[in-house]
Ligand binder design. Structure first.
Ligand code: SF4
Length: 489
């Protein structure tokens, strides 16, 4: 029999012999909130769902509905496996995908910043720190401002930064060691991996890992569930994340628009020494009398993408979509369409949910990190997210949305990451603009040709991961080859 969340929670709580007050005390949640959940007046946040799931030893999905998405997936051929083995998909909330932070790099500034905040909290008695940067963090950390952000985050406690670009035995291309001292004594040492999108992993520690709340991690399974239940992708996201996801996405959309507005008003030279001029404002105002509608569309979309990417390169506030380096693609496409066709903010939030779901699939099954898989994982993923988001905004069916995202990622396969001087400027800023235009083209092609497509989005994501593995390290955010060898100063 299908039960709803309220019934399930009441059954679990009373079965455990607890009052609402007692449960609240155990979980550090107000009894008022529990009462509202049990009366169907509100729904718990992802974090609280996770607490309930752990406390009652029940998979998160069983808290949502008696008939979970996983069990309804018609192509689930492993139904004899125990639930607990299958629920760990690694697919976390979209709040882990869309984050607000300071640029220019989610892996080189946002991740290390987060690591330092947590490490500092763990070592309040420290009077001196040392940070040793390895791999890509050592090779392009200066250009990306990793040393600056670490120093600022640990301030006023001094921190010595060491760039170790010779160590090769690393658990991840973006690895760093944080060491705390008190006097001459080392009091703590922690190895941290900045795994992309501002996310971090602490070696030998479960700290900072978010729960995986999605019960399946392939587009095929998600689409199957949506078809079976007649859901659009955004409804599926709401189904899994709860209605509170809209509040987060509303904040994200507000920040995306703010970064476009700020970028369109800004001019001058980007920091870092490459003498790169900010171009968004210029592009936006560069109107020709006989400009065609197509040229105008390209110019506007590019101006918006430049605006966000230039804010990112200046260390401004942007949204990871899925990373800082690729932050301009998705907002540019959605902002242009909202202005042009007057879509409501709710429509755009639904599109962000669909795009986020695609980014989440790529992050889970391949990578969104330039140092792991090259720029195909950053700008390629952003293009796929933008294509899916636009497909959702246009009300395309699931096949067409999948095809649009697949086209977008397929034609970024093999794209390398070779930023000049390790700065997220050349080729990154223009690349965001080109990917935004490409996302629009992918949607238009998909809306005509989805009947005859041969490659699924899931397989294309797998190929992206394999291609990323095969790309030489020299082209994965190390600034040792390719464009990075050109002298453009
Ligand atoms: S080239 Fe691509 S992956 Fe590399 S820093 Fe620039 S945007 Fe990021």
């Amino acid at each position: 029999m299908t039960q709803n969340f309220s019934d399930i929670l009441v059954a679990l709580r009373t079965g455990a012999g607890l009052s609402q007050m007692e449960l609240g005390v155990k979980l550090n949640i107000s009894n008022r909130a529990i009462s509202k959940w049990e009366n169907g007046l509100s729904f718990p946040s992802t974090e609280n769902l996770y607490k309930l799931s752990k406390f009652f030893h029940v998979p998160i999905d069983d808290l949502f509905h008696g008939d979970s998405p996983r069990r309804d997936v018609s192509r689930d051929t492993h139904s004899d496996e125990p639930w607990f083995d299958r629920v760990h998909t690694g697919m976390t909330s979209l709040t882990e995908m869309y984050k607000v932070g300071r640029g220019p790099s989610s892996s080189h500034t946002m991740g290390p910043e987060k690591a330092c905040v947590l490490f500092r909290r763990q070592t309040p008695e420290a009077d001196r720190y040392q940070a040793i940067l390895y791999g890509s963090l050592a090779k392009t950390g200066k250009g990306h401002g990793t040393d600056r952000i670490i120093g600022q985050t640990l301030e006023p406690i001094p921190c010595e930064i060491i760039f170790n670009d010779t160590e090769t035995k690393l658990p991840h291309p973006n690895t760093m060691d944080l060491i705390a001292f008190r006097g001459q004594t080392q009091i703590a040492r922690q190895r941290v991996m900045s795994v992309g999108g501002g996310n971090i992993c602490f070696e030998n520690s479960p700290i900072a890992t978010a729960p995986d709340i999605y019960p399946v991690a392939s587009f095929e399974e998600i689409a199957s569930y949506c078809r079976h239940h007649n859901l659009r992708l955004w409804e599926y996201v709401e189904h899994i994340e709860g209605p509170q996801i809209w509040e987060h996405l509303g904040m994200i959309w507000g920040c995306m628009k703010a970064s476009i507005h700020a970028g369109l008003q800004d001019d001058g030279i980007l920091p870092g020494g490459l003498n790169v001029h900010k171009r968004a404002k210029h592009l936006y105002g560069l109107q020709h009398i006989d400009e065609s509608a197509e040229t105008r569309e390209n110019r506007m979309v590019c101006a918006y993408a430049f605006a966000v990417s230039e804010q990112n390169a200046s260390g401004g506030r942007i949204v990871t979509a899925p990373t800082c380096g690729a932050a301009g693609v998705l907002p540019a496409v959605l902002y242009y369409q909202q202005k042009r066709r007057s879509y409501s903010d709710d429509d755009v939030l639904h599109a962000l949910a669909a795009g986020g779901l695609i980014g989440n699939l790529i992050k889970t099954n391949a990578s969104i990190s330039g140092s792991e898989c090259g720029c195909q994982a950053e700008v390629g993923s952003a293009c796929a997210m933008a294509a899916a988001a636009l497909g959702e905004l246009f009300g395309l069916d699931l096949d067409k949305i999948e095809y649009a995202a697949e086209i977008a990622i397929e034609h970024h396969l093999g794209l390398t990451c070779d930023p000049i001087c390790g700065l997220v400027q050349i080729p990154c800023i223009e690349r965001n603009a080109v990917a935004a235009m490409r996302a629009i083209n992918a949607v238009s092609l998909a809306s005509f040709l989805s009947d005859t497509r041969k490659i699924s989005l899931d397989s294309c994501i797998r190929v992206m991961k394999e291609t990323g593995r095969d790309i030489s390290k020299r082209y994965k955010e190390t600034s040792e080859s390719g464009l990075a060898t050109l002298n453009v100063r």
